[in-house]
Design a protein around this ligand. Structure first.
Ligand code: ZN
Length: 133
């Protein structure tokens, strides 16, 4: 029977991810509507490079560290907890001032037509493994 989920282990942010630098999860998980990368940029490095996307918007979620983010020549501080959305067609780049871990999610701009409760459907009030408290 075909599984309706996929799962992968990326290890620890400061160990496994720091060693690899970048982990792309889309192919391994079989994503069909987005691409997600997990990134680790050592202090003093630029990551990944100045670039833009034709169709995709990107969301960067800073998990740890701090640095600078640039969009179309405008620079601003980023740190743990900062979330940035960059529109398609914009130039962007990151500079890590401290060791920085972040997630980047790409999806085609304008492609989301519903979300959260507009798309969700409650199928059971509880799963069998949820115990009464
Ligand atoms: Zn990108």
């Amino acid at each position: 029977m075909k599984k309706n989920y996929s799962i992968m282990e990326i290890g620890t942010l400061k160990g496994d991810l720091a060693d690899k630098g970048r982990i792309m999860v889309g192919q391994e998980l079989g994503l069909t509507g987005s691409e997600i990368s997990l990134n680790y940029a050592p202090a003093g490095t630029f990551a990944p490079f100045v670039h833009s996307h034709k169709l995709n918007e990107e969301v960067y979620i800073i998990l740890s560290g701090k640095g600078m983010f640039m969009v179309d020549g405008e620079e601003f501080l980023i740190q743990e907890g900062t979330v940035i959305r960059v529109a398609p067609g914009s130039e962007r780049a990151i500079k890590a001032e401290d060791n920085m871990a972040y997630i980047c999610i790409q999806a085609q701009g304008g492609s989301l037509t519903q979300a959260t409760m507009d798309d969700a459907e409650i199928t059971k009030s509880k799963a069998s493994w949820m115990k009464d408290q």
